[in-house]
Design a binder for this molecule. Structure first.
Ligand SMILES: NC(=O)c1ccc[n+]([C@@H]2O[C@H](COP(=O)([O-])OP(=O)(O)OC[C@H]3O[C@@H](n4cnc5c(N)ncnc54)[C@H](O)[C@@H]3O)[C@@H](O)[C@H]2O)c1
Length: 331
């Protein structure tokens, strides 16, 4: 499968390298980034073409499928371009930066009559998250009553905003919590510390109520400084189950006893990205993507925009539920 990659920043570069080194049957043939120098450098590593625009890449005769790793505000238009060209695409999250935009993408995919898009919710491919889900759904901790999630990024992206903490970062929990518990989010209330006017509202804590009546807390920070840290604990009537940090080695030095905490999401989820891309390529070669769909992206966006309203002063906000279009049956 010949793949074109739009956006060769931190995420796009890692996807290019992963596709080239780890995914049999995949070849990166074209790259575009607004920073042409950066695009050239990344393309050079895998001997791909550097193209002059995203539109050119999507329609290029040497491109069978597209990876979109450009900034969030471009996801909607790039998804629509891929759908118009009939190109399967792996879109980084979020699906779109507005609810109307998310709806436009879903409507366009439904109108095309088949699934072409997959969302970059890579936690669904992470071995630890998969084991956690298996434990929860098999009843290993009894009836699930609550869960607690922590998601701390080491340093804020220059584009970070208070709403973005929810739409860009907490979006991972808005997808992973319903997936882990097999239970959609029914309502959300966001709490944020008081900060000086205009300052980034970081850290934020959301309380999610699920359709089955579970309560889930989610703490997200985009500027935790000490490192990148993702934790989840699920509390049931018979016990709890939680992710164990992916520790490799422990140090005792400089009067400290402990393990290093990386600052890099790529390192923490490197294997998940590999499995994600591998499975995406396999499924697209087999006819259609089978991973997280545009509908999953739409549902996560619904929670995210309810959360944005809550952050803006609306208190507890119930999450609307649309009817799942037929093409997403089983998604
Ligand atoms: N799934 C995940 O775990 C995960 C992790 C990080 C980022 N992301 C997502 O991946 C995307 C990229 O994030 P990043 O961390 O790599 O950001 P980044 O800032 O490192 O990279 C963004 C790249 O997009 C390029 N760009 C800007 N405008 C463009 C345009 N008009 N067309 C093409 N390229 C353009 C920039 O030059 C830059 O190279 C975002 O949507 C982000 O939400 C996902």
């Amino acid at each position: 499968m010949r793949i074109g990659v739009v956006g060769t920043g931190a995420m796009g570069t890692f996807h290019v390298q992963t596709l080239a080194r780890w995914v049999p049957g995949a070849e990166v043939t074209a790259v575009f980034d607004a920073d042409l120098e950066r695009a050239r450098q990344v393309a050079g590593e895998v001997r791909a073409l550097t193209l002059g625009s995203a539109e050119e890449l999507v329609e290029h005769r040497h491109v069978d499928a597209v990876v979109v790793a450009a900034p969030d505000p471009l996801h909607e238009e790039l998804a629509l371009a891929c759908l118009a060209a009939g190109r399967p695409a792996l879109l980084e999250k979020p699906l779109a930066t507005t609810m109307d935009g998310a709806r436009r993408v879903v409507d366009a995919e439904v109108a095309s009559g088949r699934r072409l898009l997959q969302l970059g919710f890579m936690r669904r491919y992470d071995a630890a998250f998969l084991q956690l889900r298996e434990a929860v759904l098999s009843g290993a901790v009894g009836e699930v009553r609550a869960a607690h999630c922590v998601h701390r990024n080491a340093a804020a992206h220059p584009s970070a905003t208070s709403a973005g903490v929810l739409v860009n970062s907490m979006i991972h929990e808005f997808d992973s919590v319903p997936w882990l518990l097999d239970d959609p989010v029914h309502a959300v209330t966001v709490h944020a510390p008081r900060v000086p006017d205009g300052a980034l509202q970081d850290v934020q804590v959301a309380v999610l109520e699920t359709q089955a009546g579970r309560v889930v807390t989610v703490e997200v920070s985009v500027n935790a400084r000490y490192g990148y840290d993702v934790r989840t604990e699920v509390v049931g009537t018979e016990g709890t189950v939680s992710l164990t940090p992916p520790y490799g080695v422990a140090f005792r030095r400089d009067r400290m006893d402990g393990v290093a905490v990386g600052d890099d999401f790529v390192a923490r989820f490197a294997d998940a990205y590999r499995v994600e891309l591998h499975s995406w390529v396999e499924s697209v070669r087999g006819g259609a993507p089978t991973g997280p769909s545009a509908w999953d992206g739409y549902l996560a966006n619904q929670v995210a925009f309810a959360a944005v309203d809550s952050l803006g002063g609306a208190g507890r906000v119930e999450v609307g539920r649309g009817e799942r279009p037929e093409i997403y049956a089983g998604s």
